[in-house]
Ligand binder design. Structure first.
Ligand code: ZN
Length: 247
């Protein structure tokens, strides 16, 4: 047992990530596996990575359009075609937390996933590792965690989403919804993994579609192979993606 049974048997999976390329890097092999066995996987991208470049000739708008295009191509490699771009500014998710939570509640009530894969909102607290402390990753994980466990199931949270004839721009009739589990990526306390030995090559092919981020990397395949080997070592799985389960 590798602790990911709820994920491996889910029919509807929503992957909520901060930036284009997070999903492919953190759970691309898992997604390819889920899609291959017939699960419906959708993506929610909280930002379009509109500040993720050092190129002084690029505007934020052009970079966002480029990265959305790369994201669509990368997702298509894995078999994911349903993507929602929320379009918040890269780096600023913590500043729009109330709005982000409301949007995620709406999407959860609309798409009704069994399981959500998202960032670990508590990562970095022990190690002070900068990459784990990215404010967008933590803000995404926190908003998804609150939306999934506290808000989406409760009809008194954002009642205009649930009541017929509500007056907000989100007005439509949606029922409350409860997901069975959250699987957290980039966790320092993973408690399970998915064997991606069969889908590792597809994962790497998907990451390569993020050319603006990974196009210049000297050994992309080797880099992600080492990451996958480390992720699975604890469970004796050759190539894996690791997750922290929250129920
Ligand atoms: Zn990211």
């Amino acid at each position: 047992m590798t602790g990911t049974e709820l994920l491996e048997t889910a029919q509807r999976v929503m992957v909520i990530m901060a930036h284009p390329d997070d999903a492919e890097i953190q759970c691309g092999g898992t997604t390819a596996r889920l899609v291959a066995r017939g699960a419906m996987v959708s993506y929610v991208l909280c930002t379009s990575g509109n500040r993720g470049s050092n190129d002084l000739t690029l505007t934020a708008e052009r970079l966002a359009a480029l990265r959305e295009d790369e994201q669509r191509k990368a997702a298509a490699v894995l078999g994911v075609t349903h993507i929602t771009f929320l379009g918040h500014d890269d780096g600023d998710l913590a500043f729009v937390a109330p709005r982000l939570r409301e949007e995620l509640v709406h999407l959860i009530r609309q798409e009704r996933p069994d399981v959500i894969v998202t960032h670990d909102p508590f990562a970095g607290l022990l190690s002070y590792e900068v990459c784990y402390l990215h404010p967008d990753h933590r803000a995404t994980g926190q908003a998804a965690f609150e939306a999934a466990f506290f808000c989406a199931p409760g009809p008194l949270f954002y009642p205009d989403q649930v009541a017929a004839g509500g007056s907000t721009e989100l007005a439509e009739v949606l029922a409350p919804h409860k997901v069975s589990a959250l699987y957290l990526v980039m966790s320092e306390s993973p408690d399970g993994c998915v064997d991606i030995s069969d889908t590792f090559a597809i994962k790497v092919a998907a990451i390569r579609e993020h050319r603006s981020q990974w196009g210049q990397h000297a050994d992309l395949e080797g880099f992600f192979r080492r990451m996958a080997e480390e992720a699975g070592a604890r469970w004796g799985v050759p190539l894996a993606e690791a997750f922290r389960l929250m129920r």
